[in-house]
Design a protein around this ligand. Structure first.
Ligand SMILES: [Fe+2]
Length: 370
């Protein structure tokens, strides 16, 4: 066993009961003016926005709400948010939501202090000035964005692409699972599968190490029994299960922060862009193929994974396939286009065996051409 590891995750996480209220003084350190970045509904529905505004009123912090973040946020929308932050002289940003608003708020911080960066320039331009400080409040149990230095955005051409590095970490995270309690069944399933995909894909990545594999195994142990329950009934999870799912998504995020995602995420983006499949389900449909590669290439680790979930390969595959029972097909021409676009896709390098664009096109054809 190779016990070597290194880990960098410069985020201060506050958890427990009411972490926002109990640690509100950090906001005074961040400044007097805040731009809150969020989507249209989840920040309000979850109760997080109201709780934050109450605290800002107590602390005399001025705020403005930028609630234009949609699913799969565009670089242009994040640029607009950054411009907005400059116009109101915001000292800091708070991002509230699921993966899309959290990822977008990271980009807003960069755009706010770097007016020379416009829209898609964010992928290539030098970040000359430090981004605005960022605090995050998650409202779904899946993304792990709270603890990663990654922001997945959508380019002007409609294609999803990630940007990452030291400029994309939050300074503070308020991890309060109660903000996930109002998430509906379908989103709960999709986000839980996203967290499971983060754990599994990062675990078998060549970048993973002893420590991050352990984080991933903790996550799969926590998520799998709840996924099993969700596969048998559309009843919403209890608060206890919601808490478990949320903290598991953070463990998966720790693993993801080091290992990165593999081909299920790289291929899943296409299903989200062109067929509106929610992110977690879009990645999970490719997970059984990834697991097969993992079983062949790294059998000992694969067995540890099954042990963590107390399940068998067959059961695991069946549960994932039941959730990912899509009724659309994809024309072969479109898959041929994907094959060209996927040449040198960086997620493919994070796979247990050598995996390339031809393998990806074959897998897509197996699953979606009938
Ligand atoms: Fe994901």
């Amino acid at each position: 066993m190779d016990y070597n590891f290194s880990f960098y995750m410069p985020v201060n996480i506050f958890g427990g009961n009411s972490p926002l209220q109990n640690n509100k003084n950090v906001f005074s350190e961040l400044g007097k003016k805040c731009l809150i970045v969020t989507g249209v509904s989840s920040a309000k529905k979850s109760g997080a926005l109201d709780d934050l505004i109450k605290i800002f009123n107590e602390l005399n912090i001025e705020y403005s709400v930028f609630d234009k973040i949609t699913e799969n946020p565009l670089t242009a929308t994040c640029y607009e948010g950054g411009k907005n932050a400059r116009e109101i002289n915001a000292d800091f940003i708070v991002g509230i939501g699921g993966g899309s608003p959290l990822d977008a708020s990271k980009a807003v911080c960069v755009f706010a202090t770097n007016p020379h960066i416009v829209n898609d320039d964010i992928y290539t331009a030098e970040v000359k000035n430090p981004p605005l400080p960022l605090a995050l409040i998650g409202t779904t149990a899946g993304t792990g964005s709270e603890v990663s230095g990654v922001s997945v955005l959508t380019r002007e051409n409609g294609r999803k692409q990630s940007v990452s590095g030291k400029n994309y970490y939050a300074k503070y995270v308020f991890a309060d699972a109660k903000y996930t309690y109002s998430v509906p069944y379908y989103t709960t399933v999709s986000t839980a599968l996203d967290a499971m995909a983060h754990a599994v894909e990062s675990m078998f990545s060549p970048r993973a190490d002893f420590l991050t594999q352990k984080f991933a195994l903790i996550a799969t142990e926590m998520i799998y029994p709840i996924l099993e329950k969700l596969s048998c009934s559309e009843d919403l999870p209890t608060e206890e299960y919601r808490n478990t799912l949320y903290f598991a998504s953070l463990y998966a995020g720790f693993a993801l922060n080091k290992g990165g995602t593999g081909f299920p995420h790289g291929m899943g983006y296409a299903l989200t862009e062109d067929y509106n499949v929610p992110h977690g389900l879009a990645c999970a449909v490719f997970l059984p193929a990834y697991l097969k590669e993992a079983e062949n290439k790294k059998p000992a680790l694969y067995n540890e994974l099954l042990k963590s979930m107390n399940t068998t390969s067959e059961k695991l595959e069946k549960i994932i396939q039941n959730f990912c029972d899509f009724d659309f097909t994809i024309p072969q021409d479109k898959i041929n286009e994907y094959e060209i676009r996927w040449e040198n896709l960086k997620n493919f390098k994070n796979s247990p065996t050598e995996f390339n664009n031809k393998d990806a096109a074959r897998l897509m054809t197996d699953l979606f051409v009938r």
